[in-house]
Design a protein around this ligand. Sequence first.
Ligand SMILES: *Cc1c(COP(=O)(O)O)cnc(C)c1O
Length: 374
Amino acid sequence: MDYASTTPIDPRVLEAMMPYFRERFGNTMSPHSWGMEAREALERARETVATFIGANPMELIFTSSATESNNLAIKGVALANRGRGRHIITSKIEHPSVLEPCKWLKKNGFEVTYLPVDVHGIVDPGDVEEAIRRDTILVSIMHANNEIGTVEPIKEIGEICGERGVYFHVDAAQSLGKLPVNVEEMRVDLLTLSAHKIYGPKGVGGLYVRDGVRLEPLLHGGGHEYGLRSGTVNVAGAVGFAKACEIAREVMYEEAEKLGRICRRLIHEMLGIDGVHLTGHPEKRLPTIASFWLEFIDGERLIMELNERGVAASTGSACSSGKIEPSHVLLAIGLNERQAKSGLRLSIGRWTTEDEVDYVIECMRGIAAKYRGM
Ligand SMILES: *Cc1c(COP(=O)(O)O)cnc(C)c1O
Protein backbone atom coordinates (compact mmCIF):
# COMPACT_ATOMS: atom_id res chain seq x y z
CA MET A 1 0.00 0.00 0.00
CA ASP A 2 3.00 2.29 -0.46
CA TYR A 3 3.74 2.21 -4.21
CA ALA A 4 3.78 6.02 -4.27
CA SER A 5 6.93 5.99 -2.10
CA THR A 6 8.70 3.55 -4.36
CA THR A 7 7.95 0.47 -6.43
CA PRO A 8 9.58 -2.93 -6.72
CA ILE A 9 11.67 -3.22 -9.87
CA ASP A 10 9.87 -5.06 -12.69
CA PRO A 11 11.71 -8.35 -13.41
CA ARG A 12 11.92 -7.37 -17.12
CA VAL A 13 13.67 -4.14 -16.12
CA LEU A 14 16.23 -5.97 -14.01
CA GLU A 15 16.91 -8.37 -16.85
CA ALA A 16 17.50 -5.51 -19.30
CA MET A 17 19.95 -3.89 -16.89
CA MET A 18 22.10 -6.91 -15.99
CA PRO A 19 24.45 -6.88 -19.03
CA TYR A 20 25.39 -3.28 -18.21
CA PHE A 21 26.65 -4.30 -14.77
CA ARG A 22 28.56 -7.25 -16.17
CA GLU A 23 30.23 -7.29 -19.60
CA ARG A 24 28.94 -3.96 -20.99
CA PHE A 25 30.38 -1.77 -18.26
CA GLY A 26 32.05 0.84 -20.48
CA ASN A 27 32.28 4.57 -19.79
CA THR A 28 30.20 6.50 -22.34
CA MET A 29 33.00 9.05 -22.74
CA SER A 30 35.63 6.46 -23.79
CA PRO A 31 36.55 6.43 -27.48
CA HIS A 32 37.13 2.64 -27.61
CA SER A 33 34.55 -0.01 -28.44
CA TRP A 34 33.52 -0.57 -24.80
CA GLY A 35 32.75 3.13 -24.57
CA MET A 36 30.93 3.10 -27.88
CA GLU A 37 28.77 0.19 -26.74
CA ALA A 38 27.82 2.07 -23.56
CA ARG A 39 27.20 5.27 -25.56
CA GLU A 40 24.87 3.46 -27.96
CA ALA A 41 22.92 1.92 -25.07
CA LEU A 42 22.62 5.33 -23.41
CA GLU A 43 21.34 6.99 -26.58
CA ARG A 44 18.83 4.20 -27.21
CA ALA A 45 17.58 4.63 -23.65
CA ARG A 46 17.37 8.40 -24.11
CA GLU A 47 15.30 7.96 -27.25
CA THR A 48 12.87 5.55 -25.54
CA VAL A 49 12.30 7.78 -22.51
CA ALA A 50 12.05 10.94 -24.66
CA THR A 51 9.55 9.32 -27.03
CA PHE A 52 7.41 8.24 -24.07
CA ILE A 53 6.91 11.91 -23.10
CA GLY A 54 6.68 13.26 -26.65
CA ALA A 55 10.11 14.91 -26.54
CA ASN A 56 13.14 15.05 -28.80
CA PRO A 57 16.04 12.91 -27.43
CA MET A 58 18.28 16.01 -27.50
CA GLU A 59 15.95 17.58 -24.94
CA LEU A 60 16.22 14.86 -22.29
CA ILE A 61 19.02 14.38 -19.78
CA PHE A 62 19.49 11.65 -17.20
CA THR A 63 20.01 12.63 -13.56
CA SER A 64 20.20 10.73 -10.27
CA SER A 65 16.61 11.35 -9.16
CA ALA A 66 13.55 13.54 -9.41
CA THR A 67 15.03 15.46 -6.49
CA GLU A 68 18.10 16.33 -8.57
CA SER A 69 15.95 17.15 -11.62
CA ASN A 70 13.78 19.54 -9.58
CA ASN A 71 16.86 21.23 -8.12
CA LEU A 72 18.47 21.58 -11.54
CA ALA A 73 15.28 22.92 -13.14
CA ILE A 74 14.61 25.52 -10.47
CA LYS A 75 18.09 26.64 -9.45
CA GLY A 76 19.36 26.21 -13.01
CA VAL A 77 16.69 28.47 -14.52
CA ALA A 78 17.02 31.00 -11.69
CA LEU A 79 20.81 31.29 -12.01
CA ALA A 80 20.82 31.46 -15.82
CA ASN A 81 18.00 34.01 -16.06
CA ARG A 82 18.55 36.31 -13.07
CA GLY A 83 19.41 39.12 -15.45
CA ARG A 84 15.78 39.01 -16.69
CA GLY A 85 14.13 38.80 -13.29
CA ARG A 86 14.21 37.22 -9.86
CA HIS A 87 10.63 36.14 -9.25
CA ILE A 88 9.44 32.51 -9.14
CA ILE A 89 5.91 31.12 -8.73
CA THR A 90 5.10 27.71 -7.26
CA SER A 91 2.34 26.17 -5.12
CA LYS A 92 2.02 25.40 -1.42
CA ILE A 93 1.64 21.66 -2.04
CA GLU A 94 4.82 20.90 -4.01
CA HIS A 95 7.23 18.12 -3.08
CA PRO A 96 10.06 19.20 -0.71
CA SER A 97 12.51 18.85 -3.61
CA VAL A 98 10.74 21.86 -5.19
CA LEU A 99 9.95 23.83 -2.01
CA GLU A 100 13.47 23.59 -0.55
CA PRO A 101 15.33 24.88 -3.65
CA CYS A 102 12.80 27.75 -3.70
CA LYS A 103 13.58 28.46 -0.04
CA TRP A 104 17.30 28.42 -0.84
CA LEU A 105 16.77 30.83 -3.73
CA LYS A 106 14.87 33.21 -1.44
CA LYS A 107 17.91 33.29 0.87
CA ASN A 108 19.97 34.16 -2.20
CA GLY A 109 18.10 37.17 -3.49
CA PHE A 110 15.08 35.73 -5.30
CA GLU A 111 11.39 36.22 -4.52
CA VAL A 112 8.98 33.30 -4.40
CA THR A 113 5.16 33.34 -4.55
CA TYR A 114 3.47 30.22 -3.12
CA LEU A 115 0.04 29.85 -4.67
CA PRO A 116 -2.80 28.50 -2.49
CA VAL A 117 -4.93 25.52 -3.52
CA ASP A 118 -8.65 24.83 -3.04
CA VAL A 119 -10.08 22.22 -0.62
CA HIS A 120 -9.32 19.49 -3.17
CA GLY A 121 -5.74 20.62 -3.72
CA ILE A 122 -6.28 22.26 -7.11
CA VAL A 123 -4.24 25.27 -8.25
CA ASP A 124 -6.41 27.88 -10.00
CA PRO A 125 -4.86 28.84 -13.38
CA GLY A 126 -6.35 32.31 -12.82
CA ASP A 127 -4.15 32.65 -9.73
CA VAL A 128 -1.09 31.81 -11.82
CA GLU A 129 -2.08 34.47 -14.37
CA GLU A 130 -2.51 37.09 -11.63
CA ALA A 131 0.75 36.22 -9.90
CA ILE A 132 2.91 36.63 -13.04
CA ARG A 133 4.88 39.90 -12.94
CA ARG A 134 7.32 41.54 -15.31
CA ASP A 135 10.22 40.01 -13.39
CA THR A 136 8.76 36.46 -13.21
CA ILE A 137 11.13 33.93 -14.80
CA LEU A 138 9.67 30.57 -13.77
CA VAL A 139 6.42 28.84 -12.77
CA SER A 140 6.76 25.38 -11.18
CA ILE A 141 3.61 23.32 -10.56
CA MET A 142 3.43 19.55 -10.07
CA HIS A 143 1.37 17.33 -12.39
CA ALA A 144 -0.06 15.09 -9.65
CA ASN A 145 0.37 15.49 -5.93
CA ASN A 146 2.20 12.69 -4.13
CA GLU A 147 0.18 12.88 -0.88
CA ILE A 148 -3.41 13.34 -2.03
CA GLY A 149 -3.18 12.33 -5.71
CA THR A 150 -4.80 15.50 -7.04
CA VAL A 151 -4.13 16.15 -10.74
CA GLU A 152 -3.45 19.80 -11.59
CA PRO A 153 -4.73 21.72 -14.67
CA ILE A 154 -1.27 21.68 -16.26
CA LYS A 155 -2.36 22.39 -19.85
CA GLU A 156 -4.20 25.57 -18.85
CA ILE A 157 -1.28 26.78 -16.74
CA GLY A 158 1.12 25.91 -19.57
CA GLU A 159 -0.89 28.03 -22.00
CA ILE A 160 -0.78 31.01 -19.65
CA CYS A 161 2.98 30.68 -19.17
CA GLY A 162 3.48 30.37 -22.92
CA GLU A 163 1.49 33.52 -23.61
CA ARG A 164 3.34 35.46 -20.93
CA GLY A 165 6.80 34.23 -21.95
CA VAL A 166 7.57 32.61 -18.58
CA TYR A 167 9.31 29.24 -18.30
CA PHE A 168 7.03 26.46 -17.02
CA HIS A 169 8.41 23.51 -15.02
CA VAL A 170 6.33 20.46 -14.06
CA ASP A 171 7.23 17.73 -11.58
CA ALA A 172 5.75 14.60 -13.18
CA ALA A 173 7.46 12.09 -10.87
CA GLN A 174 4.14 10.83 -9.55
CA SER A 175 2.06 10.89 -12.75
CA LEU A 176 4.43 9.26 -15.25
CA GLY A 177 3.16 5.85 -16.27
CA LYS A 178 -0.27 6.47 -14.73
CA LEU A 179 -1.53 9.41 -16.79
CA PRO A 180 -0.51 10.51 -20.29
CA VAL A 181 2.52 12.80 -19.97
CA ASN A 182 3.29 14.73 -23.15
CA VAL A 183 5.49 17.82 -23.14
CA GLU A 184 3.79 19.33 -26.21
CA GLU A 185 0.22 18.83 -25.01
CA MET A 186 1.13 20.10 -21.55
CA ARG A 187 3.07 23.04 -23.02
CA VAL A 188 5.91 22.65 -20.56
CA ASP A 189 9.50 23.88 -20.84
CA LEU A 190 10.98 21.62 -18.18
CA LEU A 191 9.65 18.30 -16.85
CA THR A 192 10.92 16.11 -14.01
CA LEU A 193 10.85 12.29 -14.11
CA SER A 194 11.88 9.48 -11.77
CA ALA A 195 12.49 5.81 -12.62
CA HIS A 196 11.82 4.19 -9.25
CA LYS A 197 8.17 5.28 -9.14
CA ILE A 198 7.43 3.32 -12.33
CA TYR A 199 9.04 -0.06 -11.56
CA GLY A 200 12.50 1.12 -12.64
CA PRO A 201 15.68 1.31 -10.55
CA LYS A 202 16.43 3.85 -7.80
CA GLY A 203 19.13 6.42 -8.50
CA VAL A 204 17.91 7.45 -11.96
CA GLY A 205 15.81 10.44 -12.91
CA GLY A 206 15.23 12.51 -16.00
CA LEU A 207 14.84 16.16 -16.86
CA TYR A 208 13.25 17.35 -20.07
CA VAL A 209 14.65 20.74 -21.09
CA ARG A 210 12.97 22.32 -24.10
CA ASP A 211 15.37 23.39 -26.84
CA GLY A 212 16.39 26.99 -26.19
CA VAL A 213 15.69 27.07 -22.43
CA ARG A 214 18.56 28.76 -20.63
CA LEU A 215 19.76 26.57 -17.78
CA GLU A 216 22.85 26.78 -15.55
CA PRO A 217 24.27 23.34 -14.62
CA LEU A 218 24.66 22.48 -10.94
CA LEU A 219 27.45 19.94 -11.55
CA HIS A 220 30.46 21.12 -13.52
CA GLY A 221 33.00 18.70 -14.91
CA GLY A 222 33.49 16.55 -17.96
CA GLY A 223 30.49 17.92 -19.84
CA HIS A 224 28.27 14.82 -19.82
CA GLU A 225 24.58 15.08 -20.71
CA TYR A 226 24.98 18.06 -23.07
CA GLY A 227 27.03 19.83 -20.39
CA LEU A 228 24.04 20.04 -18.03
CA ARG A 229 25.00 17.18 -15.73
CA SER A 230 28.65 16.19 -15.55
CA GLY A 231 29.62 12.84 -14.07
CA THR A 232 30.00 9.36 -15.57
CA VAL A 233 26.52 8.31 -16.63
CA ASN A 234 24.65 5.48 -14.91
CA VAL A 235 24.15 3.47 -18.10
CA ALA A 236 22.52 0.46 -16.44
CA GLY A 237 20.13 2.84 -14.69
CA ALA A 238 19.24 4.63 -17.92
CA VAL A 239 18.65 1.28 -19.66
CA GLY A 240 16.40 0.21 -16.77
CA PHE A 241 14.49 3.49 -16.85
CA ALA A 242 13.93 3.05 -20.61
CA LYS A 243 12.68 -0.52 -20.15
CA ALA A 244 10.27 0.69 -17.44
CA CYS A 245 8.94 3.35 -19.86
CA GLU A 246 8.60 0.78 -22.64
CA ILE A 247 6.51 -1.47 -20.39
CA ALA A 248 4.45 1.48 -19.15
CA ARG A 249 3.73 2.54 -22.71
CA GLU A 250 2.29 -0.90 -23.43
CA VAL A 251 0.25 -1.45 -20.29
CA MET A 252 -0.53 2.05 -19.01
CA TYR A 253 -4.16 2.46 -20.08
CA GLU A 254 -5.23 -1.05 -19.13
CA GLU A 255 -3.33 -0.89 -15.85
CA ALA A 256 -4.73 2.54 -14.92
CA GLU A 257 -8.25 1.26 -15.54
CA LYS A 258 -7.74 -1.84 -13.42
CA LEU A 259 -6.02 0.04 -10.60
CA GLY A 260 -8.62 2.80 -10.76
CA ARG A 261 -11.31 0.21 -10.12
CA ILE A 262 -9.43 -1.27 -7.16
CA CYS A 263 -8.69 2.20 -5.81
CA ARG A 264 -12.32 3.32 -6.01
CA ARG A 265 -13.39 0.25 -4.05
CA LEU A 266 -10.65 0.90 -1.49
CA ILE A 267 -11.88 4.48 -1.05
CA HIS A 268 -15.53 3.37 -0.87
CA GLU A 269 -14.82 0.78 1.84
CA MET A 270 -12.57 3.15 3.81
CA LEU A 271 -15.27 5.83 3.83
CA GLY A 272 -17.62 3.25 5.33
CA ILE A 273 -15.52 3.38 8.51
CA ASP A 274 -16.71 6.02 10.99
CA GLY A 275 -14.30 8.96 11.30
CA VAL A 276 -12.52 8.45 7.95
CA HIS A 277 -12.52 11.39 5.49
CA LEU A 278 -11.27 11.52 1.91
CA THR A 279 -8.55 14.05 1.01
CA GLY A 280 -7.89 15.27 -2.51
CA HIS A 281 -10.28 15.60 -5.43
CA PRO A 282 -13.11 13.04 -5.77
CA GLU A 283 -12.43 12.56 -9.52
CA LYS A 284 -9.36 14.52 -10.65
CA ARG A 285 -6.94 12.17 -8.93
CA LEU A 286 -4.37 9.51 -9.72
CA PRO A 287 -5.90 6.03 -10.13
CA THR A 288 -3.36 4.73 -7.62
CA ILE A 289 -3.65 6.97 -4.53
CA ALA A 290 -6.35 6.68 -1.85
CA SER A 291 -5.82 9.38 0.78
CA PHE A 292 -7.63 10.28 3.97
CA TRP A 293 -7.52 12.05 7.30
CA LEU A 294 -8.77 10.18 10.37
CA GLU A 295 -10.52 11.42 13.48
CA PHE A 296 -9.43 8.70 15.87
CA ILE A 297 -5.67 8.25 15.42
CA ASP A 298 -2.59 10.23 14.37
CA GLY A 299 -0.67 9.27 11.26
CA GLU A 300 2.52 8.07 12.93
CA ARG A 301 0.69 5.70 15.26
CA LEU A 302 -1.49 4.43 12.43
CA ILE A 303 1.55 3.61 10.29
CA MET A 304 2.98 1.59 13.22
CA GLU A 305 -0.32 -0.23 13.77
CA LEU A 306 -0.54 -1.11 10.07
CA ASN A 307 3.11 -2.14 10.01
CA GLU A 308 2.49 -4.57 12.89
CA ARG A 309 -0.17 -6.16 10.68
CA GLY A 310 2.23 -6.43 7.75
CA VAL A 311 0.94 -3.42 5.81
CA ALA A 312 3.20 -0.66 4.46
CA ALA A 313 1.38 2.70 4.25
CA SER A 314 2.35 6.33 4.48
CA THR A 315 1.33 9.50 6.29
CA GLY A 316 2.02 12.95 4.93
CA SER A 317 3.17 14.29 8.28
CA ALA A 318 6.94 14.16 8.47
CA CYS A 319 8.56 13.13 11.72
CA SER A 320 11.50 15.46 12.24
CA SER A 321 13.64 14.98 15.36
CA GLY A 322 11.01 12.95 17.18
CA LYS A 323 8.32 15.58 16.80
CA ILE A 324 5.42 14.95 14.43
CA GLU A 325 4.96 17.81 11.97
CA PRO A 326 1.62 18.36 10.27
CA SER A 327 1.54 17.74 6.51
CA HIS A 328 2.05 20.98 4.55
CA VAL A 329 -0.30 19.58 1.89
CA LEU A 330 -3.14 18.85 4.32
CA LEU A 331 -2.71 22.30 5.91
CA ALA A 332 -2.90 23.86 2.44
CA ILE A 333 -6.26 22.18 1.69
CA GLY A 334 -7.66 23.73 4.86
CA LEU A 335 -7.29 21.06 7.56
CA ASN A 336 -6.28 22.14 11.07
CA GLU A 337 -2.99 21.11 12.76
CA ARG A 338 -4.43 18.05 14.46
CA GLN A 339 -6.19 16.83 11.31
CA ALA A 340 -3.05 17.46 9.25
CA LYS A 341 -1.16 15.06 11.56
CA SER A 342 -3.68 12.29 10.90
CA GLY A 343 -3.17 11.77 7.18
CA LEU A 344 -3.14 8.31 5.63
CA ARG A 345 -2.02 7.48 2.10
CA LEU A 346 -2.74 4.03 0.69
CA SER A 347 -1.14 3.73 -2.73
CA ILE A 348 -1.50 0.76 -5.02
CA GLY A 349 0.39 -0.56 -8.05
CA ARG A 350 1.12 -3.26 -10.60
CA TRP A 351 0.90 -6.22 -8.21
CA THR A 352 -1.86 -5.07 -5.85
CA THR A 353 -4.68 -7.63 -5.50
CA GLU A 354 -8.31 -7.39 -4.40
CA ASP A 355 -7.45 -9.72 -1.50
CA GLU A 356 -4.86 -7.23 -0.27
CA VAL A 357 -7.50 -4.50 -0.30
CA ASP A 358 -9.86 -6.74 1.70
CA TYR A 359 -7.12 -7.38 4.24
CA VAL A 360 -6.28 -3.66 4.64
CA ILE A 361 -9.95 -2.81 5.18
CA GLU A 362 -10.17 -5.53 7.82
CA CYS A 363 -7.07 -4.07 9.53
CA MET A 364 -8.48 -0.56 9.40
CA ARG A 365 -11.79 -1.64 10.93
CA GLY A 366 -9.89 -3.30 13.78
CA ILE A 367 -7.69 -0.24 14.37
CA ALA A 368 -10.70 2.09 14.26
CA ALA A 369 -12.53 -0.03 16.85
CA LYS A 370 -9.46 -0.12 19.09
CA TYR A 371 -8.79 3.63 19.04
CA ARG A 372 -12.28 5.05 18.90
CA GLY A 373 -12.95 3.96 22.45
CA MET A 374 -9.73 5.57 23.72
C1 LIG B 1 9.01 10.75 -5.25
C2 LIG B 1 8.82 12.15 -5.71
C3 LIG B 1 9.92 13.00 -5.87
C4 LIG B 1 11.34 12.59 -5.52
O1 LIG B 1 11.78 11.57 -6.34
P1 LIG B 1 13.22 10.91 -6.15
O2 LIG B 1 13.52 10.30 -7.47
O3 LIG B 1 13.02 9.89 -5.06
O4 LIG B 1 14.16 11.98 -5.77
C5 LIG B 1 9.68 14.27 -6.32
N1 LIG B 1 8.44 14.70 -6.63
C6 LIG B 1 7.37 13.91 -6.47
C7 LIG B 1 6.02 14.43 -6.82
C8 LIG B 1 7.52 12.61 -6.01
O5 LIG B 1 6.45 11.83 -5.85
